[in-house]
Design a protein around this ligand. Sequence first.
Ligand code: NAD
Length: 370
Amino acid sequence: MEDAFRFADDLGPARVIHVHEPSIGLRGTLVVDNVATGPSIGGLRMAPDVSTEECFRLARAMTLKNAAASLPHGGGKSVLYGDPAMPAERKESLVRAMACALGDCRDYIFGPDMGTDEVCMAWVKEEIGRSVGLPREIGGIPLDEIGATGFGLAHAAEVAVRFCDFELAGARVAVQGFGAVGIHAARFLAEKGAVLVAASDSRGATRNERGLDVEGLIEHKRSGKGVADWAGGEPLERDELIGVDCEIWVPAARPDAIREDNVDRLRAKLVVSGANIPATDAAERTLHERGVLNVPDFIANAGGVICAAVEYHGGGQAQAFETIEEKIRTNTEAVLEQARRRSVLPRRAAVDLAVERVRRAMDYRRWSIF
Ligand code: NAD
């Protein structure tokens, strides 16, 4: 008993369901954390080494992210044990079986996550009629193609600079992780007058103090080459990116990019997080003490889930952009204002804002979390 309820607190999880179908080797877990604000939206992650604990932590993160974005959706997440690079036919049967096994959990809406994509979501939709992040042909808004998360991040940055002592126009930006989020963050920030001075990917980094040609670098990257080979910049070691002179640093790669052992090298005045959990708790505290403003991940990178929610409710691309802009600007402002007024870390202010919204929604319900 103790084991089964080891994650339980007053916010959730409402349900933890393990599914198993030996004939095809299906093993999966769904955690529906809290649905007081509406049916949960969260990704289906496929990896050989997922766990119930990881699933719970991700589901809770979705409860907070969706509430912070004031979406009418709670938090949930599902994990499927297996190598996502397995033969396509086998993957399809596992994903379809996972969807069927959870088809009656109407308070969970499948979305894409690590190891799954829009094609997987199309399979889920056909099986149970419920998923987001679909291909365009069947009503989806391709969020990585349009750059939903990078678009939101650029708006978060624009609001955040009002709390700093520099302007966005002319501000120097470094982007760690020139992938789906990083590329579009750079593009939308450049449209607002910021100057991309450095970028990295898993293979290396590039820098040009006079500014990198963003569109050229994107083309170069899309042709399959690494950013370090870009002729328009000087190559750097991948992890030197943290010490680049700039005003805005955008982590858009892996968790824990900013840690106790490298936080002192960061020169920026503002960090706007594309990646999830890009800094350790201790590093975030150090940044705060040094006066570096940090817009928390689940505030700045909510563009993707906001886009998914718009898609779920039948909206199109234009509405998605409008909703992302409106929600991310409002929430960034509210969080940074609260953090300043209470002299707390922006993450504390963001979690408090999200939890308060969830608790208010819980008060309207006969039960609390489901
Ligand atoms: P992606 O795979 O498209 O891009 C990641 C990029 O990071 C790649 O260019 C990769 O080469 C690079 N990279 C990997 N390790 C690196 C390292 N150590 N140093 C520098 N670069 C490195 O992934 P993505 O969809 O852009 O997601 C990036 C992060 O943002 C992830 O943490 C993800 O969870 C988070 N996120 C993504 C979305 C979304 O809409 N895609 C939404 C919210 C959060």
